[in-house]
Design a protein around this ligand. Structure first.
Ligand code: ADP
Ligand code: ZN
Length: 737
């Protein structure tokens, strides 16, 4: 027999190896193997077993790694599809499916010393020794360190007892559990309301029936109880003997969310481990969580983007919550979109895919229109709670009333005052951190620019520094204009960030307890839960934050939400700017009025009549969709056409530009036979320079992505570009900036 192997190093090809007799049974599809390659030993993954190979003189496989093949045949198929569709090498696609922590050659289990009592007689012991021995016997396995602390004794003392044959001290695998310190109270299923019932039943029916299962789009407004529907669908999957994956955006993978799933399934009629995968786990924790899944001990996985590859056996259900979130798109190779990969994986495994959102993506809703997805709707909030009242405040008027632009309109100030009087809580949202978005000299016009990026530096007042939000360039903030000819001491900060909102609030409402939550205030792992904990227990009156507070949070005492600058991202040069703004406003507004008191939302905007803002005000997703789809149709933008973006970047602008021209010409030849393909550019990207690299783009619009992907793969295989120019291909890009 012969094994075909994808190497882990990037060579873009597969190679055949012979299977020596001693490894005959162990080499399976998906197994990781060590093989000789170019006089070295490298690692690879077996992708097929063959009777014969076109190549003579095959070298043998040296070794099989691990007892269980880490990649299942289904995941192998999935990564093959990814490599083709997203135009990347097979080993790159495969790499996405196996976390680094699992790919290390040495198994990454943590071993720890444990103390265990043996049957024996303590008659010959001293009083102190007897005490210690009793304590060892009190628990079947004691981690040595915690035992020493509990017994207030030392290792040599224990070794004496070990010498007497009364106990053993030996290493054992101890599993790391990132949630070990939590006490989670079990919950039982809630009685569904009619809307939830009507959404759940078709999902259950699809899971129970054999055959093809079109994906579901669960469109349920904020607070409609989508999570309860997910939980009950998962419970049924377990009853059917199948596993489930729940994807949530990294940012909403809060302890609160994880708890809701653990609380339902770690006890009850079919207890199972719930594995959690996200980027804040240590390598060791990720290793252990992954193996809990691969060994079948955890049947439910909740995680961010890459959890779509979790090796759940006999997968029955994949849920993609907040399916519209663009963080599901990976911004480095393989540039996959986890929602779309989830749909393909469900198809391969015969599982049901459920995409949930209060603001579905244009893509998914269009798929409903085309009959590819089935729509499930939950248009009202649980317990007949009302949707919050949304008031749009025209900031141009506020600017006219007060000299200069105020951060808070009089309306919002008054609303905050009322909440403080009534001891209700307020969330204030602004999607920009720092104090001011730029530093400018009013005399000479100097603006502090990042030396590496075409972007101005953000002023962070507490740290007294200027920072680039793209490349993290970071310098002390100047006290006078740095231009040697000017030296003006009255340098000015323009624009607002969360830090400035917080500072202004403290001035306006000196008695209010204000806290800020953005990536600057979250330095340690616990900060996030501490702030949210304080907010929940009423120790904070006003919470200011970036998109971190926009999603998934459920605080019944929040009756006011203020959006400080709603059109911040509305005029970016990206065709999705309107969609993004609509989604963000709807999500943020959805945090208000989730308890007994009706919620109120103030949206401050300089373009208050923009459709994205007006439809969000009326909670009218469909209205927004209808007008937006017209706009997309006119320009052949997704979801009506498909998009691919070729980006060239390098330190030398001329070389980048020339390479981009060259790529375009070659591309035109390669795709001559493709009908309806539109090639635009090359042109400088909206972010023309980042991290010291000049950036040029070519945009491709097509109706048939698979044909284009094929051409792009051929092209990138044969193109010769200067060494210091890098080309990337992004299929279905999430951002055009
Ligand atoms: P969504 O995810 O759609 O925004 P959630 O799942 O967070 O909504 O539900 C909002 C609140 O309603 C939660 O506190 C949840 O426990 C509660 N809830 C959901 N379904 C029911 C139900 N059938 N009966 C009572 N309360 C429910
Ligand atoms: Zn920079």
């Amino acid at each position: 027999m012969i094994a075909r192997v994808t190497l882990e190093m990037a060579v873009g090809k597969e190679f055949d190896y012979s299977i020596p007799p001693e490894w005959a049974g162990a080499v399976t599809v998906g197994a990781r193997v060590k093989i000789p390659f170019a006089r070295r030993e490298v690692l690879g993954c077996v992708t097929a077993l063959l009777e014969s190979s076109p190549h003579p003189n095959l070298k043998p496989i040296l070794k099989v790694i691990g007892q269980q093949a880490p990649v299942t045949p289904e995941i192998l198929r999935l990564t093959r599809w990814m490599a083709e569709y997203y135009c990347c090498a097979p080993e790159i696609a495969l790499k996405a499916a196996l976390p680094d922590a699992v790919r290390k050659e040495k198994a990454g289990w943590r071993e720890q010393l444990f103390v265990r009592a043996l049957p024996g007689d303590d008659a010959a012991l001293t009083r102190r020794q007897r005490e210690i021995f009793q304590l060892v016997r009190a628990q079947p396995d004691w981690p040595l360190q915690s035992f020493l602390a509990a017994a207030k004794t030392t290792a040599p003392m224990l070794r004496k007892l070990e010498d007497k044959g009364l106990l053993v001290i030996a290493p054992q695998i101890s599993e790391r559990d990132p949630y070990a310190r939590e006490t989670i109270l079990p919950t039982t299923p809630l009685t569904l309301n009619p809307e939830q019932r009507a959404a759940l039943d078709p999902i259950l029916a699809a899971m129970e029936s054999p055959g093809k299962k079109p994906p579901f789009l669960l469109y349920g407004v904020t607070g409609s109880g989508k999570t309860e529907v997910y939980l009950q669908a998962i419970a049924r999957a377990l009853e059917l003997g199948r596993g489930a994956i729940v994807l949530v955006p990294e940012i909403s993978l809060t302890p609160q969310t994880v708890e809701r799933f653990k609380a339902r399934f770690t006890s009850g009629p079919r207890p199972t481990l719930v594995a959690v995968l996200h980027s804040h786990l240590s390598g060791g924790e990720r290793h252990d969580e992954w193996h809990k899944i691969r060994q079948g001990r955890a049947r439910i996985v909740i995680g961010a983007r890459s959890a779509v590859f979790a090796p759940v056996a006999s997968l029955g259900l994949i849920i993609v919550d907040e399916e519209h979130e663009h963080s599901y798109k990976q911004e480095e190779a393989p540039r996959y979109h986890a929602r779309d990969v989830a749909v393909v994986r469900a198809q391969i495994e015969g599982a049901v895919a459920v995409l949930g959102s209060a603001t579905p993506s244009m893509e998914s809703y269009h798929n409903v229109d085309k009959g590819k997805y089935r729509l499930l709707e939950m248009p009202s909030r649980v317990d007949d709670r009302k949707m919050p009242i949304v008031r749009v405040v025209d900031m141009r008027l506020a600017a006219r009333q007060e000299k200069g632009t105020p951060i808070f309109s009089p309306q919002l100030k008054e609303a905050i005052t009322k909440r403080l009087e009534r001891s209700e809580q307020t969330l204030l949202f602004l999607n920009r951190r720092g104090f001011a978005s730029s530093l400018q000299c009013p005399l000479c016009g100097y603006v502090a620019q990042c030396p590496n990026c075409s972007l101005s530096l953000t002023y962070h007042r507490q740290a007294q520094r200027l920072k680039c939000h793209i490349c993290s360039h970071d310098v002390p903030a100047p006290l006078v204009c740095p231009d040697p000819k000017c030296r003006n001491p009255a340098i000015r900060f323009a624009g607002v960030g969360t830090e400035r909102v917080e500072a202004t609030l403290s001035k306006l409402f000196p008695k209010a307890r204000v806290r800020r939550m953005d990536s600057d205030t979250l330095k340690r792992k616990e900060d996030y839960r501490n702030i949210l904990g304080d907010f929940r227990t009423g120790k904070i009156d006003i919470l200011v934050g970036t998109q971190m507070i926009a999603k998934g949070l459920h605080f019944p005492n929040v009756t006011l939400v203020g959006i400080v600058h709603a059109d911040l991202a509305l005029h970016l040069p990206d065709f999705r700017a309107g969609e993004r703004t609509f989604q963000l406003l709807t999500q943020v507004a959805g945090r208000a009025g989730r308890g007994d008191v009706e919620g109120e939302v103030f949206v401050q905007a300089f373009t208050p009549f923009h459709p994205a803002i007006q439809y969000a005000r009326r909670h009218d997703f469909r209205g927004f969709y209808e007008q937006e789809i017209d706009f997309r149709r006119q320009l052949n933008y997704p979801p009506l056409g498909r998009l691919a973006l070729i980006l060239l970047r390098g330190k030398n602008e001329d070389k980048v530009k020339l390479s981009a021209e060259h790529v375009k010409n070659e591309l035109a030849k390669e795709t001559a036979s493709l009908r309806g393909l539109v090639i635009s550019g090359p042109a400088a990207a909206p972010l023309a320079r980042a991290e010291g690299n000049y950036r040029y783009q070519i945009m491709l619009r097509t109706k048939q992505m698979s044909a284009l992907s094929g051409c792009l793969a051929l092209l990138s295989g044969r193109l010769a570009l200067p060494e210091d120019v890098t080309m990337t291909i992004d299929v279905d890009p999430a951002s055009l900036i």
